[in-house]
Design a protein. Structure first.
Length: 89
């Protein structure tokens, strides 16, 4: 049995996504680092929290663990971030 390890990230930007219950796509600081994630929830609710939080705590999981890819390459490149906590101070 494998357990996901929590990580802390700093979010750079965030936007809407419409893909199998995943409604958010966001990228990490520093801008242009190339790392981005999909997340569950409404972009209108989640994005304001993501971009104003100092840090976001959660864990990542492979996209294809719970979602069907449109292309096989998505399994290698897309990750889902499971948000556990927002840190504002």
């Amino acid at each position: 049995m494998v357990f996901a390890q929590d990580i802390e990230v700093e979010v750079d930007d965030c936007g809407p996504l419409a893909r199998e219950g995943l409604g958010v796509v966001f990228s990490l600081k520093p801008h242009g680092s190339g790392q981005s994630y999909f997340a569950k929830g409404s972009a209108m609710e989640i994005c304001p929290k993501l971009v104003t939080a100092k840090r976001v705590i959660g864990y990542e999981e492979p996209y294809c663990k719970n979602h069907k890819p449109a292309h096989a390459q998505e399994c290698e490149h897309i990750k889902v971030f499971i948000i556990k906590e927002y840190v504002f101070d």
